[in-house]
Design a protein around this ligand. Structure first.
Ligand code: SAM
Length: 293
Protein backbone atom coordinates (compact mmCIF):
# COMPACT_ATOMS: atom_id res chain seq x y z
CA UNK A 1 0.00 0.00 0.00
CA UNK A 2 1.30 3.44 -0.85
CA UNK A 3 2.33 5.39 2.23
CA UNK A 4 0.49 8.66 2.85
CA UNK A 5 2.89 11.53 2.35
CA UNK A 6 1.81 13.65 5.34
CA UNK A 7 5.13 13.53 7.20
CA UNK A 8 7.33 13.83 4.18
CA UNK A 9 6.04 16.97 2.48
CA UNK A 10 7.92 19.29 4.79
CA UNK A 11 11.06 17.28 4.19
CA UNK A 12 13.48 19.44 2.21
CA UNK A 13 14.46 16.78 -0.32
CA UNK A 14 10.79 15.82 -0.94
CA UNK A 15 9.83 19.46 -1.43
CA UNK A 16 12.73 20.04 -3.81
CA UNK A 17 11.84 16.92 -5.79
CA UNK A 18 8.17 17.90 -6.19
CA UNK A 19 8.89 21.53 -7.00
CA UNK A 20 11.70 20.58 -9.38
CA UNK A 21 9.47 18.12 -11.22
CA UNK A 22 6.86 20.88 -11.69
CA UNK A 23 9.50 23.44 -12.71
CA UNK A 24 8.41 25.68 -9.84
CA UNK A 25 10.46 28.68 -8.72
CA UNK A 26 9.59 30.74 -5.61
CA UNK A 27 7.90 34.10 -6.06
CA UNK A 28 9.02 36.70 -3.54
CA UNK A 29 6.18 38.98 -4.63
CA UNK A 30 3.63 36.34 -3.55
CA UNK A 31 5.31 35.88 -0.16
CA UNK A 32 6.26 32.29 -0.93
CA UNK A 33 8.23 30.92 2.02
CA UNK A 34 7.23 27.29 2.45
CA UNK A 35 7.44 25.45 5.75
CA UNK A 36 10.13 22.79 6.04
CA UNK A 37 9.97 22.35 9.83
CA UNK A 38 7.86 19.19 10.32
CA UNK A 39 6.62 20.11 13.79
CA UNK A 40 4.92 23.42 12.87
CA UNK A 41 1.95 22.32 10.76
CA UNK A 42 0.71 19.58 13.12
CA UNK A 43 0.82 22.09 15.99
CA UNK A 44 -1.07 24.72 14.02
CA UNK A 45 -3.64 22.17 12.89
CA UNK A 46 -4.13 20.95 16.47
CA UNK A 47 -4.44 24.44 17.90
CA UNK A 48 -6.78 25.95 15.29
CA UNK A 49 -9.71 23.89 16.55
CA UNK A 50 -10.03 21.56 13.54
CA UNK A 51 -12.00 18.40 14.32
CA UNK A 52 -14.13 15.88 12.46
CA UNK A 53 -17.22 18.09 12.62
CA UNK A 54 -15.61 21.36 11.54
CA UNK A 55 -14.50 23.07 8.37
CA UNK A 56 -11.23 24.93 7.88
CA UNK A 57 -10.55 27.71 5.42
CA UNK A 58 -6.88 28.03 4.53
CA UNK A 59 -5.26 30.94 2.73
CA UNK A 60 -2.20 30.19 0.61
CA UNK A 61 -1.64 26.41 0.80
CA UNK A 62 1.66 26.49 -1.11
CA UNK A 63 2.39 22.81 -1.79
CA UNK A 64 -0.16 21.70 0.80
CA UNK A 65 1.98 20.95 3.83
CA UNK A 66 -0.47 22.56 6.30
CA UNK A 67 -3.51 21.63 4.18
CA UNK A 68 -2.79 17.92 4.68
CA UNK A 69 -2.48 18.29 8.45
CA UNK A 70 -5.79 20.15 8.50
CA UNK A 71 -7.48 17.57 6.25
CA UNK A 72 -6.31 14.78 8.56
CA UNK A 73 -8.27 16.41 11.40
CA UNK A 74 -11.18 18.42 9.94
CA UNK A 75 -14.35 17.34 8.19
CA UNK A 76 -13.48 19.57 5.24
CA UNK A 77 -10.70 21.94 4.17
CA UNK A 78 -10.90 24.56 1.45
CA UNK A 79 -7.65 26.30 0.53
CA UNK A 80 -7.46 29.51 -1.50
CA UNK A 81 -4.36 29.76 -3.68
CA UNK A 82 -3.54 32.58 -6.07
CA UNK A 83 -0.57 31.07 -7.88
CA UNK A 84 -1.78 28.94 -10.81
CA UNK A 85 1.60 27.18 -10.96
CA UNK A 86 0.79 25.53 -7.62
CA UNK A 87 -2.52 24.02 -8.76
CA UNK A 88 -1.00 20.91 -10.42
CA UNK A 89 1.32 20.52 -7.42
CA UNK A 90 -1.63 20.61 -5.03
CA UNK A 91 -3.63 18.18 -7.20
CA UNK A 92 -0.80 15.75 -6.62
CA UNK A 93 -0.06 16.40 -2.95
CA UNK A 94 -3.73 16.45 -1.92
CA UNK A 95 -4.73 13.42 -4.00
CA UNK A 96 -5.03 11.26 -0.87
CA UNK A 97 -7.29 13.80 0.86
CA UNK A 98 -10.75 13.87 -0.74
CA UNK A 99 -11.97 16.25 1.99
CA UNK A 100 -9.49 18.94 0.86
CA UNK A 101 -10.10 21.16 -2.14
CA UNK A 102 -8.44 24.18 -3.67
CA UNK A 103 -10.12 27.38 -4.85
CA UNK A 104 -8.01 29.34 -7.29
CA UNK A 105 -8.20 33.07 -6.58
CA UNK A 106 -7.02 36.12 -4.70
CA UNK A 107 -8.17 36.02 -1.08
CA UNK A 108 -8.52 39.81 -1.18
CA UNK A 109 -10.99 39.65 -4.08
CA UNK A 110 -13.04 36.53 -3.33
CA UNK A 111 -16.47 36.70 -1.73
CA UNK A 112 -15.54 34.76 1.42
CA UNK A 113 -19.02 34.86 2.97
CA UNK A 114 -20.45 33.21 -0.14
CA UNK A 115 -17.58 30.71 -0.24
CA UNK A 116 -18.18 29.72 3.40
CA UNK A 117 -21.93 29.38 2.82
CA UNK A 118 -21.34 27.23 -0.23
CA UNK A 119 -18.54 25.02 1.09
CA UNK A 120 -19.21 24.65 4.81
CA UNK A 121 -22.99 24.49 5.26
CA UNK A 122 -23.84 23.34 8.79
CA UNK A 123 -20.22 23.27 10.00
CA UNK A 124 -18.33 25.40 12.48
CA UNK A 125 -15.57 27.09 10.53
CA UNK A 126 -12.06 28.16 11.51
CA UNK A 127 -9.39 29.92 9.45
CA UNK A 128 -5.87 28.55 9.55
CA UNK A 129 -2.99 29.86 7.43
CA UNK A 130 0.65 30.60 7.04
CA UNK A 131 -0.14 33.99 5.57
CA UNK A 132 1.76 35.62 2.72
CA UNK A 133 3.59 38.38 4.58
CA UNK A 134 2.95 41.16 2.07
CA UNK A 135 -0.78 41.17 2.89
CA UNK A 136 -0.89 39.96 6.52
CA UNK A 137 -2.92 42.81 7.99
CA UNK A 138 -5.22 43.33 4.97
CA UNK A 139 -6.18 39.62 4.98
CA UNK A 140 -6.80 39.57 8.73
CA UNK A 141 -8.81 42.79 8.59
CA UNK A 142 -10.85 41.64 5.58
CA UNK A 143 -11.80 38.41 7.35
CA UNK A 144 -12.70 40.21 10.59
CA UNK A 145 -14.48 43.21 9.03
CA UNK A 146 -16.68 41.00 6.89
CA UNK A 147 -17.91 39.36 10.11
CA UNK A 148 -17.61 35.92 8.60
CA UNK A 149 -19.20 33.11 10.62
CA UNK A 150 -15.89 31.77 11.95
CA UNK A 151 -14.72 30.83 15.44
CA UNK A 152 -11.07 31.83 15.17
CA UNK A 153 -8.17 32.68 12.88
CA UNK A 154 -4.96 30.80 13.60
CA UNK A 155 -2.30 32.44 11.51
CA UNK A 156 1.45 32.53 11.16
CA UNK A 157 2.73 36.06 10.66
CA UNK A 158 6.05 37.86 10.98
CA UNK A 159 7.04 38.25 14.62
CA UNK A 160 6.86 42.06 14.44
CA UNK A 161 3.35 41.89 12.97
CA UNK A 162 2.28 39.48 15.73
CA UNK A 163 3.67 41.83 18.39
CA UNK A 164 1.72 44.72 16.89
CA UNK A 165 -1.52 42.80 16.44
CA UNK A 166 -1.44 41.37 19.97
CA UNK A 167 -0.35 44.58 21.77
CA UNK A 168 -3.00 45.62 24.26
CA UNK A 169 -4.68 48.95 23.60
CA UNK A 170 -3.37 51.37 26.21
CA UNK A 171 0.23 50.10 25.89
CA UNK A 172 3.13 51.61 23.92
CA UNK A 173 3.28 48.89 21.27
CA UNK A 174 -0.38 49.36 20.35
CA UNK A 175 -1.22 50.64 16.88
CA UNK A 176 -4.28 51.07 14.69
CA UNK A 177 -4.15 47.37 13.73
CA UNK A 178 -4.07 46.21 17.38
CA UNK A 179 -7.09 48.33 18.24
CA UNK A 180 -9.00 47.29 15.12
CA UNK A 181 -8.24 43.57 15.53
CA UNK A 182 -9.12 43.62 19.21
CA UNK A 183 -12.49 45.15 18.53
CA UNK A 184 -13.35 41.91 16.70
CA UNK A 185 -11.21 39.28 18.41
CA UNK A 186 -9.14 38.31 21.43
CA UNK A 187 -5.57 37.63 20.31
CA UNK A 188 -3.43 34.90 21.78
CA UNK A 189 0.24 34.16 21.05
CA UNK A 190 0.62 30.42 20.46
CA UNK A 191 4.28 29.77 19.57
CA UNK A 192 7.36 31.13 17.82
CA UNK A 193 8.79 29.80 14.56
CA UNK A 194 12.39 30.51 13.57
CA UNK A 195 13.31 31.80 10.10
CA UNK A 196 15.21 28.56 9.43
CA UNK A 197 11.87 26.70 9.36
CA UNK A 198 11.17 27.99 5.84
CA UNK A 199 12.37 27.51 2.31
CA UNK A 200 13.60 29.99 1.24
CA UNK A 201 14.44 31.39 4.71
CA UNK A 202 13.02 34.90 5.24
CA UNK A 203 14.97 37.62 7.09
CA UNK A 204 12.71 37.52 10.12
CA UNK A 205 11.26 35.04 12.58
CA UNK A 206 7.54 34.27 12.73
CA UNK A 207 4.87 33.79 15.36
CA UNK A 208 1.70 31.74 15.28
CA UNK A 209 -1.20 33.63 16.81
CA UNK A 210 -4.84 32.76 17.30
CA UNK A 211 -7.49 35.45 17.06
CA UNK A 212 -10.53 34.17 18.92
CA UNK A 213 -13.49 35.90 17.30
CA UNK A 214 -15.68 37.65 19.87
CA UNK A 215 -19.38 36.75 19.79
CA UNK A 216 -20.16 40.37 20.70
CA UNK A 217 -18.01 43.51 20.35
CA UNK A 218 -16.44 44.51 23.70
CA UNK A 219 -17.59 48.14 23.35
CA UNK A 220 -20.74 49.84 22.07
CA UNK A 221 -20.19 52.04 19.04
CA UNK A 222 -22.51 54.54 17.40
CA UNK A 223 -20.71 53.91 14.13
CA UNK A 224 -18.03 51.30 13.39
CA UNK A 225 -17.01 53.20 10.29
CA UNK A 226 -16.41 56.37 12.35
CA UNK A 227 -14.54 54.42 15.05
CA UNK A 228 -12.13 52.91 12.52
CA UNK A 229 -11.54 56.28 10.86
CA UNK A 230 -10.78 57.80 14.26
CA UNK A 231 -8.45 54.95 15.24
CA UNK A 232 -6.57 55.29 11.94
CA UNK A 233 -6.22 59.05 12.40
CA UNK A 234 -5.28 58.85 16.10
CA UNK A 235 -2.49 56.31 15.50
CA UNK A 236 -1.53 57.77 12.14
CA UNK A 237 0.80 60.42 13.52
CA UNK A 238 2.30 58.86 16.60
CA UNK A 239 4.42 61.82 17.64
CA UNK A 240 1.36 64.03 17.95
CA UNK A 241 -1.16 64.04 20.76
CA UNK A 242 -4.38 62.23 19.85
CA UNK A 243 -6.13 65.60 19.75
CA UNK A 244 -3.80 66.96 17.05
CA UNK A 245 -3.59 63.69 15.14
CA UNK A 246 -7.38 63.28 15.00
CA UNK A 247 -7.97 66.92 14.17
CA UNK A 248 -5.58 66.85 11.20
CA UNK A 249 -6.30 63.24 10.16
CA UNK A 250 -10.09 63.71 10.10
CA UNK A 251 -10.06 67.36 9.04
CA UNK A 252 -11.96 68.55 12.14
CA UNK A 253 -11.53 71.71 14.26
CA UNK A 254 -9.24 71.15 17.24
CA UNK A 255 -11.80 72.63 19.63
CA UNK A 256 -14.39 70.05 18.58
CA UNK A 257 -11.94 67.17 19.05
CA UNK A 258 -10.86 68.59 22.43
CA UNK A 259 -14.50 68.83 23.54
CA UNK A 260 -15.17 65.22 22.54
CA UNK A 261 -12.11 64.05 24.48
CA UNK A 262 -13.19 65.97 27.53
CA UNK A 263 -16.72 64.52 27.35
CA UNK A 264 -15.18 61.05 27.03
CA UNK A 265 -13.09 61.69 30.17
CA UNK A 266 -9.76 61.62 28.30
CA UNK A 267 -6.91 64.01 29.21
CA UNK A 268 -6.20 66.71 26.63
CA UNK A 269 -2.58 65.60 26.10
CA UNK A 270 -3.29 61.89 25.80
CA UNK A 271 -1.72 59.95 22.95
CA UNK A 272 -3.53 57.21 21.07
CA UNK A 273 -1.36 54.45 22.54
CA UNK A 274 -2.42 55.48 26.06
CA UNK A 275 -6.07 54.81 25.27
CA UNK A 276 -7.91 51.58 26.00
CA UNK A 277 -10.55 50.27 23.61
CA UNK A 278 -13.22 51.73 25.93
CA UNK A 279 -11.60 55.18 25.76
CA UNK A 280 -11.29 55.04 21.97
CA UNK A 281 -14.94 53.99 21.72
CA UNK A 282 -16.12 56.78 24.02
CA UNK A 283 -13.97 59.27 22.07
CA UNK A 284 -15.51 58.16 18.76
CA UNK A 285 -19.08 58.20 20.12
CA UNK A 286 -18.69 61.70 21.62
CA UNK A 287 -17.00 63.09 18.52
CA UNK A 288 -19.74 61.70 16.30
CA UNK A 289 -22.44 63.29 18.50
CA UNK A 290 -20.66 66.65 18.34
CA UNK A 291 -20.05 66.58 14.58
CA UNK A 292 -23.66 65.52 13.95
CA UNK A 293 -25.21 68.17 16.19
N1 SAM B 1 1.00 27.20 3.45
C1 SAM B 1 2.27 27.04 2.78
C2 SAM B 1 3.33 26.70 3.79
O1 SAM B 1 3.12 26.97 4.97
O2 SAM B 1 4.37 26.17 3.40
C3 SAM B 1 2.65 28.29 1.99
C4 SAM B 1 2.64 29.58 2.74
S1 SAM B 1 3.38 30.92 1.85
C5 SAM B 1 3.94 31.92 3.21
C6 SAM B 1 2.00 31.91 1.28
C7 SAM B 1 1.12 31.28 0.19
O3 SAM B 1 0.08 32.23 -0.12
C8 SAM B 1 1.81 30.99 -1.12
O4 SAM B 1 1.41 29.73 -1.57
C9 SAM B 1 1.31 32.07 -2.09
O5 SAM B 1 1.30 31.68 -3.44
C10 SAM B 1 -0.10 32.30 -1.54
N2 SAM B 1 -0.67 33.63 -1.84
C11 SAM B 1 -0.02 34.80 -1.97
N3 SAM B 1 -0.87 35.81 -2.20
C12 SAM B 1 -2.12 35.27 -2.18
C13 SAM B 1 -3.43 35.81 -2.35
N4 SAM B 1 -3.62 37.13 -2.56
N5 SAM B 1 -4.49 34.98 -2.29
C14 SAM B 1 -4.31 33.63 -2.06
N6 SAM B 1 -3.08 33.07 -1.89
C15 SAM B 1 -1.99 33.87 -1.94
Amino acid sequence: MEEKRTERLSDLSTMKEILGRHGFTFSKALGQNFLINPSVCPRMAEMCGADETSGVLEVGPGIGVLTRELAARAQKVVAIELDTRLLPVLAETLADYPNASVVHGDVMKLDLAELIRREFAGMQVAVCANLPYYITSPVIMKILEEKLPITALTVMVQKEAADRICAKPGTRACGAVSAAVQYYAEPEVLFQVSRGSFMPAPNVDSTVIRLNVRPQPPVQLKSEEHFFRLVKAAFGQRRKTAQNAVSSGMGLPKAQVAAAMERAGIGANARAEQMTLEMLAAFSNELLSLTNS
